[in-house]
Design a protein around this ligand. Structure first.
Ligand SMILES: Nc1ncnc2c1ncn2[C@@H]1O[C@H](COP(=O)(O)OP(=O)(O)O)[C@@H](O)[C@H]1O
Ligand SMILES: [Mg+2]
Length: 224
């Protein structure tokens, strides 16, 4: 069964002559065990798509199902719980808290969600794989964009979510580090059977993808 399904989803912003149609007639499914890539240029609707797929934003029309459940029927509190327990987000803006060190970003997750997170050993291993294990006592503004991006990836994975949604997760990374993120995401799909959905304009990620879609002016089509 698809873990994420969008049915006839449309999304517009604004009204009247200023209205922008960000997504048009989107039908899409993402499956566990697969890394799905959605490629598109800037302004094509990638972030709108990802935030709607993860229940951070609502569509103007159409339906979103997560694990078969129509999320438009959920209260905002139920939706918060569903996201917390099932979905890891890597957002374009990283969303790290500026007044917390790298280690404290994870401790904060422990406070919101005391159980089910990675063990200290698993977290150490993840930080090593992403080459950020030496940065635990640094604050976000002491890190490069690429380092912050990898911390954001690690934080999304810390809750061991069944679904990982990532918005341009490699945009700030050089080829070696971008490849490490690509391999990590592929491993999560293949070895841990997670649903991994990445929206990006980074063509380097194509080699890790099971399925590829292109998005242009808010319309998607499958190319692989
Ligand atoms: N909050 C918003 N208000 C108005 N227009 C928006 C908003 N968010 C996105 N858009 C518009 O929707 C379109 C798609 O944006 P977005 O999903 O951010 O694209 P991408 O992530 O591919 O760059 C763009 O034309 C953008 O200007
Ligand atoms: Mg975007």
């Amino acid at each position: 069964m698809a873990t994420i399904e969008l049915k006839d989803v449309n999304r517009s912003f604004g009204k009247g002559v200023g209205q922008v149609q960000a997504l048009t007639a989107i039908n899409f499914q993402a499956e566990p065990g697969e890394l799905t890539l959605i490629l598109g240029p800037s302004g094509s609707g990638k972030s709108t798509f990802l935030t709607i797929a993860g229940g951070l934003r609502r569509p103007s029309s159409g339906q979103v199902f997560i694990d078969g459940q129509d999320i438009s029927n959920l209260s905002s509190r139920e939706l918060d719980q569903l996201r917390l327990n099932k979905i890891g987000f890597v957002l374009q803006s990283y969303n790290l808290l500026p007044y917390l060190t790298v280690a404290e970003q994870f401790q904060l997750v422990d406070r919101v969600r005391p159980k089910g997170n990675l063990s200290p050993q698993e977290l150490d291993q993840l930080l090593q794989e992403l080459d950020i294990d030496q940065l635990k006592n640094q604050y976000p503004d002491q890190l490069s964009g690429g380092q912050n991006q990898r911390v954001a990836v690690a934080r999304a994975l810390y809750t061991n979510p069944a679904i990982l949604l990532a918005d341009e997760p490699t945009a700030a990374l050089d080829s070696v580090r971008g490849a490490a993120v690509g391999r990590e995401f592929k491993m999560l799909a293949k070895k841990k059977h997670k649903t991994v959905l990445v929206v990006t304009h980074d063509l380097r990620l194509k080699e890790y993808a099971d399925r590829i879609f292109e998005i242009n002016d808010g319309k998607i089509k499958q190319t692989k």
